[in-house]
Write a protein that binds this ligand. Structure first.
Ligand SMILES: NC(=O)c1ccc[n+]([C@@H]2O[C@H](COP(=O)([O-])OP(=O)(O)OC[C@H]3O[C@@H](n4cnc5c(N)ncnc54)[C@H](O)[C@@H]3O)[C@@H](O)[C@H]2O)c1
Length: 293
């Protein structure tokens, strides 16, 4: 087990995956900054952590705002000491799924502003000061299995998460070369029961309306299975704790422990589900057989 001290900062911690990770980090004695654009959600999670005997503060922040991220880095250090764990997790998605040519410019911008630039802002605000510290340190950037095997109807999201994947693996190699005890992981969640499909609530109304009235991808394919699968991520009820296959929807509460374990082992990749072996093998085979002829 690695020894982390001081503060941990988790963006998008007011809900779902980030909430679960924040709880897990608090069990390790870290003071947790529960960062979210929705203040009430951050406050609720911070109170839950305190009620469970941990230390946490809510911090309203929009990851699109670099200055606000820098102010949060100051605050984390002032409240709990130097930051040793950073989790860039805030993210949004589009519903319904749609063809790339039906995805409007605002959709692409919004997606990348949060899913990609949010990670860059977290990196810029925290990593230089974490580098100046010492001891065990770690960053986790949340991508998606859509980064490993992008899928039709979700090109903008897949692209934003592929950027996070590529960035994190390059950063990991840099940290390995430059700093002792400083690791980095990319988190690839599979289907998790969270509020992600209601991301449109966070957009200006006119933009959200323009975005949701689009022709759904299923109109081209006649196949609604994929959307049905993801919609089931939001029904209430009993769910299994650990996924037994790549498509199984699991509860977000399972994710914090999985991530903490991945951090302790300094894994480059952290998976919440068994991998889509067939899709990974297909991509590997396509790459290995693509020598120039
Ligand atoms: N749920 C899944 O099935 C799934 C699968 C793969 C990847 N992911 C990724 O996991 C991460 C967490 O998502 P989740 O499923 O827990 O969703 P969620 O909607 O339950 O939680 C995301 C949180 O991020 C916050 N947020 C959104 N925009 C923000 C901004 N600009 N600044 C600060 N906070 C912001 C939201 O308010 C919300 O509390 C995302 O990056 C998502 O893309 C989720």
């Amino acid at each position: 087990m690695r020894l982390f001290t001081g503060s941990a900062v988790v963006t998008g911690a007011g809900s779902g995956i980030g909430r679960s990770i924040a709880h897990a980090l608090a069990t390790r004695g870290l003071g947790v900054v529960v960062a979210d654009v929705e203040l009430a959600a951050a406050e609720a999670v911070s109170s839950e952590i305190a009620a469970a005997g941990g230390r946490a503060i809510p911090n309203q922040v929009d990851v699109r705002d670099l200055a606000a991220m820098e102010a949060m880095a100051d605050r984390a250090e002032a409240e709990f000491g130097p930051t040793s764990v950073l989790v860039n997790n805030a993210g949004v998605t589009l519903r319904p799924f749609r063809a790339s040519w039906d995805t409007n410019y605002d959709d692409f911008r919004w997606m990348f502003d949060i899913n990609w630039w949010g990670v860059v802002h977290g990196h810029a605000a925290f990593v230089p000061r974490m580098l100046a510290g010492s001891g065990d340190r770690h960053i986790v950037n949340t991508a998606s299995t859509a980064a490993i095997h992008p899928f039709a109807g979700h090109s903008s999201y897949s692209a934003s998460k592929a950027a996070v994947d590529g960035f994190t693996i390059a950063v990991r190699a840099e940290l390995e070369a430059a700093a002792e005890g400083f690791g980095a992981s990319v988190l690839f969640p599979g289907p998790i029961k969270t509020r992600i499909t209601s991301s449109a609530r966070l957009r200006p109304t006119a933009e959200a309306e323009a975005s949701t009235s689009v022709k759904p991808w299923s109109d081209y394919t006649g196949d609604t299975r994929r959307s049905q699968l993801v919609e089931t991520a939001h029904v209430d009820g009993e769910l299994p704790h650990r996924a037994s296959n790549p498509a199984e929807v699991i509860d977000a509460d399972a994710v914090g422990g999985i991530v903490l374990n991945g951090i302790d082992r300094n894994q480059p990749y952290i998976l919440t589900h068994p991998p889509h072996e067939d899709r990974i093998t297909m991509r590997r085979d396509q790459l290995l057989s693509a020598e120039p002829r």
